[in-house]
Each structure stands twice: as C-alpha cells, then as structure tokens.
Design a protein around this ligand. Structure first.
Ligand code: PAF
Length: 295
C-alpha cells in the first residue's frame, strides 16, 4: 500500500501567490532560498539534488512538483507520466524539504496565457529536433517558477544536460537572479541513469537500456584518440543492441557548441526502447594533454 503522507516540517502550498509571499518573507529575514524544481516521481537523482540543496548554508529548501504540460508535444507521454504524489511528499519530508509547491495546471497557465520563452537555436537541436517546442515549454515553466519562488540557488541534474545549458543561458540572457547549479547524474549499479521514465521499461528493455551508459563509457574511454574514435567506440556498443532505436549520438563542446579538437567535451545519446525515450550524457576529455598539462 502507498504510504500516506504525514505532515512534519514540510509545508505544502498549491497557490503561487501564497508560496511567493512566504518565500519573499523568508528572504526578508536574511534566509536564502535553495530551489529544486521537479515533475515528481522522485527517485535517487532528485534526492541527490535535494540533499545538495539542503547543504547550502543558511537556506530554506523549496521543491516544486508539477508535470508541465507545455513541455510535452502531442502524442508524448504527458498522460502516462507517473504522478505518485503521496510517495513524492514522503521523499520531500525525508529530505527535509521545508516548502513544497504543487500548483494546479490552471494556476500556472490560466486561460488566455500566451507568452512563452524562446530558447534560441540550441532549442531546435538534439532533444529539440525530436521534441519540437519542448525547450520553450521547459524554459517557460522554469521562468515562471523562478518568478514565483524567487530562489537564490536552483539545482538541476546533468542528466538533462541540454536543459541545464539552456536554463543557464536563459538566466544569463534574461538577467535572472538564481545561481544555477548542475549536479552529476545518479546511476543504477549497472550504469543506467536514474530517470522517472525507467519505470516504463519491461525486464528485457531494462537489460537493453544499459547499452546507453555502456556506449557513453566506451566513448569517453576513447577520448585520448580524438572525436572520431569516441563516436566509433560508442556507436559499436549501440549497434550491438538492436532493441534500441537510436535517435542521436552526438559529441559537442561543454556548452553544446561544436566539440573542440582537444579538451572538455560532452557525449550525448538519445534512444527509444519500445515507447520509452531515454537520454544520457557524460563528460569526455578529448585528445592527449599537451606536455606540461600532466600532473
Ligand atoms: O527536469 C525536469 O524535471 C523538468 O524539465 C523541469 C525542470 C522541472 C521543468 O518542468
């Protein structure tokens, strides 16, 4: 049976006005706000974000749970996206979240709402090429949440690396206040990145899903030999897993511009297993370090 949520120090608010008033009042007393926006179905990746946020000194820990319709294209998994709200509240309580914001759809998108945030060219690449409008939906809800919560710090997982890069870009370009912090991906013991969508995988798909992180690891290990070797090593693993329908395998710079010849890069992958779309990425160091760069 699903455990019932019992209120301790966790306060739940669904009204943007109410939540905004509280966070503003807290800021006025000198406390800082550490914010973890989520779509719920909280797993160990979210717990890591919450635990890192909690450890920022002198902060109140605020989380939001909202499955944002604007970031799902028609035909995507908005309807079936998991919504275990009682479990999620229990996780928030265990992670000592003080305020959890659980708005209704109409409160964030009242009738007549028209204006959205345009992500720029990167919003149409990689994830954006397969999910048109996705990043406009993400940036719009994140901008709204930032305006309501007024966080000093906002934490996001590196698992959604393109999302993280675009949120940082939005904060820079639109002169927003929060300090955006990216947190490394939390993985299962076999390497699979933690994701709320992993629950959709059947037993065979769960086995096949490991090929994503295995491919990225193989690619990263080939970094010394350069970009072509990285892509070839990763592709070899993916090609050996016919259950995976590959969407993209891409090597980019850390800001998702073109990959440099040498130095820091990011290797990203997206694939479908049946109806479930999974993404993952890792940092890669390209090329041999020049003499004098070795420790
Ligand atoms: O990463 C997510 O869970 C969502 O994209 C976010 C940032 C909470 C916006 O809905």
């Amino acid at each position: 049976m699903t455990p019932r949520f019992t209120a301790g120090n966790l306060h739940r608010h669904s009204s943007p006005e109410e939540l905004g008033k509280i966070t503003r009042a807290l800021r006025a007393t000198g406390r800082k706000i550490a914010f973890v926006p989520t779509m719920g179905a909280l797993h160990d990746g979210h717990r890591e974000l919450l635990s890192r946020a909690r450890r920022i000194p002198n902060t109140v820990l605020v989380a939001s749970i909202f499955v944002n319709p604007l970031q799902f294209a028609p035909g995507e998994d908005f309807e079936r996206y998991p919504r275990p709200i009682e479990d999620d509240l229990a996780v928030c309580e265990a992670e000592r979240v003080e305020l959890v914001f659980t708005p209704e759809r109409e409160a964030l998108y009242p009738p007549g709402a028209q204006v959205t945030v345009h992500p720029g060219p990167l919003g149409d690449e990689l994830e954006g090429a397969s999910r048109p409008g996705h990043f406009a939906g993400v940036l719009t809800v994140v901008a709204k949440l930032f305006n309501i919560v007024r966080p000093d710090y906002a934490l996001f997982g590196e698992k959604d690396y393109q999302q993280l890069v675009l949120i940082k870009q939005m904060v820079r370009d639109l002169d927003m206040e929060p300090h955006v912090i990216g947190i490394p991906t939390v993985r299962e013991r076999d390497g699979l990145a933690r994701s709320s969508r992993n629950v959709f995988l059947d037993a065979d798909q769960r086995v096949a899903a490991v090929a994503l992180s295995a491919a990225l690891t193989a690619g990263a290990h080939a970094g010394l030999d350069g970009a072509d070797a990285v892509l070839a090593a990763a592709r070899k693993v993916l090609d050996g897993t016919p259950a995976l329908a590959l969407d993209y395998l891409a090597l980019r710079g850390p800001d998702l511009g073109p990959a440099p010849d040498r130095g820091e890069a990011r290797l990203l992958v997206a694939a479908k297993l049946g109806a479930t779309r999974l993404i993952d990425n890792v940092p890669v160091l390209l090329g041999a370090p020049a003499l004098g760069e070795r420790g």
